[in-house]
Design a protein around this ligand. Structure first.
Ligand code: GAL
Length: 672
């Protein structure tokens, strides 16, 4: 299988969102763009993302002349095109003539024209119009040599509660549950007299109706995922009917949790995503780890190389505080993506518009229109770096021996659960804490959800933080993994409800009490100012947020609670099962504990790391294709121990046994 995201142009992509339709009255600007792109070492642009009003100015009347000119001009300069379908924002005529294309919100109010990402996914008119424009675009450009990728829509998100979507929801439920009786059973509608006696009574959850039953919300998220997936499939079919050889992607987003991305990725040929870290807020290493995690998650969705589709070349305009990237940070954050396996560094946006919502968002070219800016020089520096790193293009991240379970169904289940720290269970943050502890050790990790996890011998260590909802037979898969010799670490709350949202009857963690050698008793929640303490061999550690009371039933107690009425009871356990071992951590902990725990596990299991030994504070290392991406997120210079002789691919410098890193410095080291 070809592992290139863009087989027609198998090279690191450098470029970004290009919206020339804003500048059609300024031909000199368009002319200048291509010249500047060449200077910035741009080799690909994402074109047409929000161009519908210009491509179809009137219903059924297409105007491709401007796009023809742009693509020809780009191609004459050797610049490739990631061509978008325009379904992320519809023209005014479409909304005016067919109001059904506009979304209905969770107060059952229909939106007015404006904004973007707010179409109804069920509307037959919207689907027909999208299919028509996609087909027209494909007929015109799918065989153009410049076009290397389809970019479907933009950052799908949200949901719609219009009558069409309500009908579709009911049909989807009928298909899932078979009968109203079964629906009532699964949704436990005996409580509060919620029993449905006809399908027409079933409505989407909303703030005006069903708002408290978590099972209904989780099914709504699954349904919305299915709708979005169907929409992507519809668009892909229109494009591939003309030329199936151009891969399709859709730009996903950091922490958009409306849809299950493992599901959305299925119809995509390539996963891409948009990364907008908030640098300079006090702890850049932490921020980097969060985006590193999303890079790994995106790579894991299809177990294939991914693309960084958007990032800002300087600052964004939508954070509360929009800081500039300090010198070095642009190269460093771009190399973070590369070290995590990306086949591109792409930006939003090429040129700042004169008006509109994002006129002050960072861009490669600002309102001054010149190359003589700090931002432009930094972008060019990334272009240079990508050329130097070309030999790494086909190389992927070192195979992961550690797998973290991250499951969207579980995320929703925890988000909607009325328990613990209600609405503040912090599943993703907790997963990131575990990820960060290992990432800082230079360990490579894959992500799987309950469905995609397979005990295929790849992993030595599987971590399942807060796997509250079990589904897709994960209990049996984890059991087999441990029995075969794997090491499992689960944290509370675990195995509490099933896929349908109903509590497991009997002892929990469901199906795994004998593997873990414990059973869960009660869950205590702490306020932000309360803490407990973990007493274990390594010394005391702070416990935060959630403390589960457990009983050891065969497991060895490694750590106990230090405070409260459950002081002295087990908090950290280990149990031998088959040829493997299963750890259970009953509480949420401070970072230092996870670092200490994972250091021990990594050592005892001999899990490979990018570099042996300790890295200085603020420094991270990841390996891709034998090259070590050594990143310094500290605002001070650092020195790292690197046993042996190394060469920096970016500068050609040679280092022996130790390497210097500037503040926000990056080195890509290969062994000499
Ligand atoms: C992305 C979006 C872009 C642009 C960018 C600004 O989420 O896809 O169109 O809005 O944010 O940071």
């Amino acid at each position: 299988m070809n592992r290139s995201a863009t087989p027609r142009f198998p090279a690191f992509l450098h470029g970004g969102d290009y919206n020339p339709e804003q500048w059609l009255k300024y031909p000199e600007i368009l002319e200048k763009d291509v010249e500047l792109m060449r200077e910035a070492k741009v080799n690909c642009v994402s074109l047409g993302i929000f161009s519908w009003a210009f491509l179809e100015p009137e219903e059924g009347v297409y105007d491709f002349a401007w796009m023809d000119r742009v693509i020809e001009r780009l191609w004459s300069a050797g610049i490739h095109v990631d061509l978008a379908t325009p379904s992320g924002a519809r023209p005014a005529w479409l909304a005016e003539k067919y109001p059904e294309v506009l979304r209905v919100d969770d107060r059952f109010h229909r939106q007015h024209f404006g904004g973007r990402h707010n179409h109804c996914p069920s509307s037959p008119v919207y689907q027909e119009k999208v299919r028509a424009i996609d087909t027209a675009l494909a007929r015109r450009y799918a065989h153009h040599p410049a076009v290397i990728l389809w970019h479907i829509s933009n950052e799908f998100s949200g949901d719609c509660r219009c009558p069409l979507c309500q009908d579709r929801f009911r049909a989807w439920l009928q298909d899932r549950y078979g009968s109203l009786e079964a629906l009532n059973d699964h949704w436990w509608t005996g409580f509060w007299s919620m029993r449905y006696t006809s399908w027409s009574q079933v409505e989407p959850p909303s703030h005006r109706g069903q708002n408290a039953n978590p099972a209904i919300w989780v099914d709504w998220r699954r349904f919305s995922t299915w709708q979005c997936r169907s929409f992507i499939e519809m668009e892909k079919a229109a494009l591939h009917a003309v030329n199936p050889d151009i891969p399709v992607t859709a730009n996903l987003m950091h922490r958009f949790w409306d849809y299950d991305y493992f599901e959305l990725a299925k119809p995509l040929d390539v996963v891409s995503w948009d990364s907008y870290p908030a640098w300079g807020m006090g702890d850049d290493l932490r921020e980097a780890s969060e985006h590193a995690m999303t890079h790994d998650l995106m790579r894991s969705l299809k177990d294939r190389p991914f693309l960084l589709m958007e990032s800002t070349p300087s600052q964004v305009n939508w954070h509360d505080v929009n800081k500039l990237k300090k010198p070095g940070m642009h190269l460093l954050s771009s190399m973070l993506a590369l070290g995590q396996g990306s086949q591109s560094v792409m930006y939003f946006q090429w040129r700042k518009g004169r008006g509109g919502a994002e006129m002050f968002h960072g861009a490669v070219v600002g309102h001054d229109g010149t190359a003589d800016t700090r931002t432009f020089r930094q972008v060019r520096q990334v272009g240079d770096a990508l050329e130097r790193l070309a030999p790494l293009y086909g190389a992927e991240k070192a195979p992961a021996r550690v797998c973290i379970l991250y499951d969207w169904n579980n995320l929703w289940a925890l988000d909607y659960a009325q328990m613990g720290r209600r609405g503040d269970m912090r599943y993703t943050e907790t997963v990131n804490e575990h990820y960060r502890a290992l990432w800082k050790l230079g360990v490579n990790m894959d992500f799987r959800d309950c469905e995609s996890f397979a005990d295929d011998g790849r992993y030595q260590l599987v971590i399942a933080p807060m796997l509250f909802m079990t589904r897709a037979g994960i209990e049996e898969k984890l059991r087999a993994f441990v029995a075969r010799g794997g090491t499992l670490l689960m944290t509370a709350p675990a195995g509490t409800i099933g896929e349908d949202g109903l509590a497991h009857l009997g002892q929990t963690p469901h199906g795994l009490t004998d593997v873990l050698g414990i059973r869960a008793l009660e869950l205590d929640a702490l306020t932000d100012t309360q803490e407990n303490r973990l007493i274990w061999a390594d010394g005391p550690h702070r416990l935060l947020r959630l403390c589960e009371l457990i009983q050891a039933e065969g497991a060895q107690v490694l750590g106990t609670y230090g405070e409260d009425f459950y002081a002295g009871s087990p908090c950290l356990t280990r149990h031998d099962f088959g040829k493997g071992q299963a750890y259970y951590l009953a509480a949420q902990t401070e970072e230092a504990f996870l670092t200490a725990l994972y250091r021990r596990l990594v050592e005892s299991l001999a899990i490979p790391r990018a570099l042996p030994g300790e890295l200085p504070d603020g420094v991270a290392a990841q390996e891709r294709g034998g090259a070590v991406f050594l990143q310094n997120y500290a605002p001070q210079a650092r020195q790292a121990a690197v046993p042996g002789a190394w060469q920096d691919l970016l500068t050609g410098d040679v280092w022996q046994d130790r390497v210097e890193l500037e503040p926000l410095g990056i080195r890509v080291l290969v062994r000499k």
